[in-house]
Write a protein that binds this ligand. Structure first.
Ligand SMILES: Cc1cc2nc3c(=O)[nH]c(=O)nc-3n(C[C@H](O)[C@H](O)[C@H](O)COP(=O)(O)OP(=O)(O)OC[C@H]3O[C@@H](n4cnc5c(N)ncnc54)[C@H](O)[C@@H]3O)c2cc1C
Length: 192
């Protein structure tokens, strides 16, 4: 028992966990509350057999200076994996590996995609129905369903249709990266 006041920390994502850990180390009596069934927030590792996949945050890039994160990792005796990353992310579905950039190859983007999504959203009951209507291709469908699941922390079946704008934002980011790397000729480099 300490003489410090009790402190409630809301949310067991990286910020809440770190705050609670630091406060506790300084002798405060901390109570951490989390709405979900698991800690981690937007950081989530899924395991499949002996493999694993990070569905949320995982990278520190060397453009910034993640001093606090690295200090915390050092303190907790965690090891960072260092890698030189090209945009060679692989989308894994039932043991089949698809380069993420290949997913968009056969997708015909509607002229006013955001407006198109909005119109579909008005008729749907949940975000999965919007994803189903926009991305009939099974790989693309599952890719964006899992992106939305990890971003929002809930299955698209239980997400409001109003999340269509987040779907659009994540689609645009993904497309921008694909375009950027295609322009650098990464795809042809990879084949050689
Ligand atoms: C797909 C994806 C990839 C990412 N990649 C990177 C990356 O490579 N590098 C990077 O630096 N960042 C990345 N990020 C961002 C990074 O994951 C987040 O910035 C970080 O995890 C946010 O931590 P947080 O604690 O602030 O919030 P969150 O992780 O969102 O945690 C908030 C927690 O609070 C809980 N909560 C909310 N309201 C309540 C309430 N009322 N009561 C109780 N609990 C509540 C939530 O359930 C959640 O667990 C990525 C994010 C995603 C989704």
């Amino acid at each position: 028992m300490s003489s410090y006041p009790r402190i409630a920390v809301i949310g067991a994502g990286l910020a809440g966990l770190t705050a609670a850990y630091r406060l506790q180390k300084h002798g405060y009596d901390v109570q951490l509350y989390e709405a979900r069934q698991r800690p981690g927030g937007r950081v989530l590792t899924t395991y499949e057999g002996e493999g694993y996949e990070e569905l949320g945050g995982k990278n520190f890039n060397n453009a910034g200076a993640p001093v606090c994160s690295l200090r915390l990792m050092h303190e907790l005796r965690l090891e960072a994996q260092t890698a030189d990353l090209n945009f060679n992310a692989l989308y894994v579905n039932k043991n089949q590996l698809t380069p993420a950039f290949a997913l968009l190859k056969n997708f015909q983007e509607p002229a006013d995609f955001l407006g198109h999504l909005e119109a579909i959203a008005q008729q749907g009951k949940n975000l999965q129905e919007v994803i189903d209507a926009v991305f009939p291709n099974p790989d693309l469908n599952q890719f964006f369903a899992s992106v939305m699941r990890s971003y929002e922390g809930s299955d698209p079946c239980s997400l409001e249709v109003s999340c269509y704008d987040t779907l659009h934002m994540l689609y645009s980011l993904f497309k921008a990266r694909v375009t950027q790397f295609a322009a650098k000729g990464w795809e042809s480099k990879r084949k050689t």
